[in-house]
Ligand binder design. Sequence first.
Ligand code: XIL
Length: 777
Amino acid sequence: MRWWMAALVVGAQLVVGTMVGPDAAAAAEVTTLREAAAARGLQVGSAVSASALETDPAYRDRVAAEFNTVTTENEFKWSVLEPVRGRYDFSRADRIVDFAAAHGQAVRGQTLVWHSSLPEWLTTGTFSQAELRDILRNHVQTVVSRYRGRVAVWDVVNEPLAEDGTPRDGFWLSRLGLGYLADAFHWARAVDPAAQLYLNEYSTETNAAKARGLYELVRDLRARGVPVDGVGFQTHKLLTSRLSALGDVLRRFADLGLDVAITELDVRVPVPADATELAQQAEVYAWAAQACLAVPRCRSITTWGFTDARSWIPAQYPGWGAATLLDESLGAKPAYRRLLAVLRDWQRPGTGPVAWWRLDDWGGTTASDASGSGHSAVVSGTTLGWYERQPTTFALRGDGAGTGAVTAGPVVDTARSYAVSAWVSLTSKTARRVVASQDGAARSAFTLSYEPSTDRWVFAVPLADSVQAGVRTVSSTSVPAVNRWTHLTAVWNAGWGRMQLYVDGVLEMTAPPSGQPPATGWTGRGPFRIGRSSAGEAFAGGISDVRVFARVVDAAEAAALADAAVGRWTFDGHTGDESWFSRDGFPRPEQVGFTADRAGRPARALLLTGTEVIDVRGGMTLWTDRSYTVTAWVRLTDANRDGRPDGAGDQVVASQDGRERGTFQLQYESDNGRWAYKVPVTDSGPTGWPTVESLAPAVAGRWTHLAAVWNAGWGRFQLYVDGVLQGTSAATTSPPATGGLHVGVSMTGGRLTGALDDVQVHQRALQPHEITTLATP
Ligand code: XIL
């Protein structure tokens, strides 16, 4: 190498060095949560205590350094402010408000109206309804006006709902009626019009009844002109909380025109916590932050305390603790480092869909866009909220005459590569039925539809934006089924000049065929339509989960999009549902452990010691009177290594509630030591139990794959063990479930002792080859 070449190489390294240097330094300079959050225009905060601020300098410094918002943990609670009637003591609240002002922090005031922490004179006094309403109004006005301009956000009403989503029968409801809610917001707005007014609630972070109730409550309040600006999600969580639905829940509320916030985040752990648990805890913090970051109207993330030395958890939940970001001596736990990294580095996935209508909106006429690009679609002449693809989930329904859902403008440049995918269920084949399209000037730039002349699914692109132009198409080879949910993916590959159509994740055709010249597309500048084309051709049936990508989707991704599991609990350190339906499992009791999975990876399978079970909430999990499949990996405990499970009775892997008993049981049967899939003739009263048993006895201590398949059309059920069919039963009925799935138990008992992994439920009879794939270790 000549000297000048060497110098160039050195020079190049120097250049690289100086380019990397400042970036790395910039990232390294972000060392606090508040810097990372501020750079995103987000607030990050903690509940703080006035006495700790006063007495503990290290605590004080940390609050100042880490947070740009603080919440009064107790200082605004009525019992603290006005312990004696008429004598308000604002000194502790002042201490926090003054501290925040001195450190450039916003204050969330918690809380004005709550059923708890009320002074004794109030709860034991005898007041007429009118007096009580005056007392409440006076309280709200006194407190809000005193802090006008100094408290930025009020949790005006805290925890107004019961677990089932109906109004909580608490102090205020029972005495004032439901009107107290609207009153409180109006009173607060009147005295401080600039303050943000929130309704704050807990256990509304999943797709369960309480979240629906909250949604309906605030939608109703807003429709009546009640000044609710935002909804707070407390997010007091456990290690097992996957928070898989939180992003969708936040988005639904944001789409009502509300701000949302995570207001009291903590993640409790059975103490003492070990390193694995602290690592799992860090993930839960990360999931919460990611859910908030994905929703532009999510304004803040507040933790309920920030050091384990001062968390409310040990007193409230004996045996639990270690719930916060910092340990007892203010050292950073994994949760702190994960949260900082997420706040600093999180990016909206750049390759995800450019529009994504789940169409599982909780009613209304707006189909919201889960991609974060803001392409919401207005629904008219068609219904959102049809129960169809699954019990308890929703879709867009058209009867062949509706106008579908339409965006304000184009979603994708149809001259470049793009892909459109959707779940569809067709009810009528009498006419062209358009699933999705994007308008050009004279006609749709593409349509994805059912075509009656050929009885196929068709992805069609006109050669030009004129009604006379010919059309280039790619068709399914399979004949579309009626009343069966089918997944379609249409791909326009501009670079290759080819169109492709996938049905249920399998490529059926590519056009034009090889050897022929490539296709070229053109840009449709009009709106995107779901359930019709620019010429009408309305869809008849259900449409769900429509995604648009501004790029090619390949075979692996098309298969993944068509995944038909309607529940998947991987038990990778949590009990969340990884399927599209986000129906998290809830451990009962709350404490549950994890063990190594069949590949030996630690904390990747559920450990059941004979006391814990998992309940899947959020309504019915499967329609058990229609075809379905339940699969699981199971290892029964075998302490003495004789191949037989410990414990005496039956051990249930999974079961779903009927009226008096499970509508099926997939289990170990103690009588004969075999695996069994049992379907009762009826779910109440006397019944027989048609059963399919394994050919050989169950072997405990070994990972085994089980699959139970109910084929409603055929009127048969089947059990597979390790991918091998064990038998078929000629039962002709399967009772309809009335409740959710249980893992590790049935309604009538039979707790499992051992380990469970990758429990899946599908609302169809899986094919034998699909079961073989699932059973492959
Ligand atoms: C808790 C405080 O952290 C405790 O110090 C106090 O003893 C009881 O209240 N949801 C809420 C908060 O809205 O007000 C609660 O705060 C925690 C649960």
